[in-house]
Design a protein around this ligand. Structure first.
Ligand SMILES: NC(=O)c1ccc[n+]([C@@H]2O[C@H](COP(=O)([O-])OP(=O)(O)OC[C@H]3O[C@@H](n4cnc5c(N)ncnc54)[C@H](O)[C@@H]3O)[C@@H](O)[C@H]2O)c1
Length: 255
């Protein structure tokens, strides 16, 4: 899509599988992509090696999303370098696979800090930067089907993602007068990233997960990237505060 040429796109948790897929899609359409993640530059350059064709249009910065000041500095530095930011993809997250009866207070706090506080710091810093410029803005949260349907094995993650949905709606209402559209993509089982990490430890769980999906397919990173690009394109004129639940029907199934 020609319209993404020279757009400034920021992605948190930018070294993750889904983030790199989204980054690639924007880069293929001419955007400048700024990634941040917890890792140092050396590790980052290994993770980003698949994007080397687009080197001149990629930036990387080490930012922990739980550090509000570091997140704000990252957004400010993007505005300083490019004069604006156009699109922010709020992607950084972690998952703790433990039922409540085993979860420690620290594990709960950490899940909320990364998945909810970090999402707020980045989305709000982005919206404020977009508000102060004349261009429209788009923010997309990576939610999860687990925020829409009870998942017994990852309750802290589910609660954090349900809260992200409300964060998305509240922010969408507040920032609408500045033409900032704020939406959420909530995937089901993705054949990458956090799910793949869980399945690696227990390979039989991958086919078990797939068989639970009514449409019988795992989601590919490219499918998510397409949805994020559409949401942030001019084809999406009226949608804000919305969630696109792309889970193959998983959230319709009672646990
Ligand atoms: N993989 C799935 O099945 C799936 C399903 C639904 C939703 N999601 C969502 O998609 C998004 C991307 O997940 P993924 O599957 O690509 O996982 P991933 O683990 O590959 O990527 C997550 C990234 O976030 C980074 N991160 C974690 N804590 C951070 C912190 N404190 N500061 C900065 N970065 C931090 C990690 O280093 C990692 O690079 C997440 O929001 C996740 O909840 C994934």
């Amino acid at each position: 899509m020609e319209e993404f040429k020279d757009k400034i796109v920021l992605i948190s948790g930018g070294l993750g599988d889904i983030a790199l897929g989204i980054a690639r899609a924007y880069l293929q359409h001419g955007a400048v992509v700024l990634l941040s993640d917890r890792a140092d530059k050396e590790t980052a350059s290994i993770r980003m090696s698949g994007l080397s064709d687009y080197k001149s249009r990629i930036r990387y910065r080490q930012v922990d999303v739980t550090d509000a000041t570091a997140v704000r500095n990252w957004v400010d530095s993007a505005v300083e370098e490019f004069g604006k930011i156009d699109i922010s993809v709020v992607n950084a997250a972690q998952v703790t696979l433990k039922p409540f009866r085993e979860l420690t207070a620290d594990e709960w706090d950490n899940e909320m800090k990364v998945n909810l506080d970090g999402a707020f710091y980045f989305a709000n810093a982005s919206a404020r930067a977009m508000m102060n410029k004349s261009n429209d803005g788009n923010i997309v949260f990576l939610g999860s089907w687990a925020g829409h349907s009870v998942h017994q094995h990852l309750p802290a993650y589910s609660v954090s993602k349900a809260a992200v949905r409300m964060l998305c709606q509240c922010m969408a209402l507040e920032y609408a007068p500045w033409n900032i559209r704020i939406n959420e993509v909530a995937p089901g089982y993705v054949n990458a990233g956090l799910s793949k990490g869980i399945w690696r430890d227990d390979p039989s769980s991958r086919s078990a997960a797939k068989s639970k999906v009514p449409l019988q397919e795992l989601i590919e990173v490219e499918d998510i990237a397409k949805q994020v690009l559409w949401m942030t394109s001019s084809q999406n004129k009226h949608m804000t505060g919305a969630t696109v639940l792309m889970d193959g029907g998983l959230s319709l199934v009672r646990p």
